[in-house]
Every structure is written in C-alpha cells, then in structure tokens.
Ligand binder design. Sequence first.
Ligand code: ADP
Length: 202
Amino acid sequence: MNKTPENIYPIFDRLLQRTAKEKLLGQKAKALWLTGLSGSGKSTIAQKLEAILYKEGFKTQVLDGDNIRSGLNNNLSFTVEDRKENVRRIAEVSKLFVDCGIVTINCFISPTEEIRDFAKSIIGEDDFLEVFINAPLSVCEDRDVKGLYKKARSGALKNFTGIDSPYEAPQNPALEIKTDNLTVDESAQIIFDFILPLIKYS
Ligand code: ADP
C-alpha cells in the first residue's frame, strides 16, 4: 500500500460510506478484471456483459484499455514504467467506482502476474475478481481485430504482448472463459451468472 505523502490529510473516514451508497443503489459493488491477449475478447464481452447487467437493473462502468489511453492516460507510453502507471491509475479509478457502489468491468491485457497483483493490491482482494479471457494466440492473431498482430509480425510494432513481449496466464483466476469455444453471448452470460450472487443486494 502506498504511504500518504507529506502535507496530505485524507478524509476518507469522514465521507459517506460505501455501504450507504450500495443500499441506495440496491446492489453490491465488485471490480471484474478481464485479462487476456489482444483480440481474446475482453472488450466485446464487457459490452455484452454490461448490456445484460443494465437490463437486470445493475449500475456499471466499463474501463477499457484504449478508451483510458485516449483520455486519462494519454500521456503514457508502453515502457515498463508507464505500463505500471497505466494500471495504477486504472486500479485507482476502479476503486473510486467500487467505493460508489458501482459494478466495474476492467478490460486490460495486464500481461503479468505482478501487474495484476498490483491492481489487486489497490482495489482490494475482496473486491477484485480476475477473469481470464482465454483464446490461443493463433486464434487472436487470426481475428487480428485492430491489425496489430500483422504490424507486430512485420516488426513495425515492438513489444507486442504474445509476439515479442510475454503474456503470463493467470494461475488462479476467479473465472476462465475460453472464447475459442464459446460465443460472445455465452461468455457474457457465464460471467453474469458468476457475479450475480456477489452483487445482489440482500
Ligand atoms: P480484446 O478487447 O481482448 O482486445 P476484442 O473484444 O476487441 O478483444 O476482439 C475480440 C474479437 O473476437 C471480436 O471480433 C469478437 O467478435 C471475436 N469473438 C469471437 N468469439 C468471441 C467470444 N466468445 N468472446 C468475445 N469475442 C469473441
């Protein structure tokens, strides 16, 4: 946990508590952390999942890699330090949403165990649900949604996860979704069924 900088006096304990906000919204907050290769299906599943949650009356927020990098994190590159800073800010934002009682869906490649543990340490172990969106590299490469695999193979794009930068599969995810065997609808439904008991207000 980061220590509080000098001359900073947080007032967390004087703010309206999360439990009060959850009661108002009639739901419990959690942060789903979707990790997987580019093209594995994180964004597509997040969109479908959010639509299901909305239909069922849940308030949600999707935080998605390219969206965040086009706004809040548009000053960050893909160096090791900046990738870490990218995830630190995302996890802090995620935590703010969770503290508001919002079900938060994070879609980030987050390729290493270390970086996912870092996110978990910020969001908090009880609220962090790691979901491995798993498709073989060959399938992701065939899909090549953004044309990035082609660029990486040609050498025009360096340090691309799965090609010349490693992806460490989660060892103990809360859930694993194999998107080469499932449809988008099935994938989103499995995550919804998994999270429902955890976010239902009782
Ligand atoms: P990511 O966000 O992980 O980079 P995208 O969601 O942008 O991946 O792209 C995944 C692609 O794979 C989409 O074109 C989507 O239609 C396709 N796809 C095929 N099957 C699935 C599935 N079960 N879940 C998610 N995406 C799938």
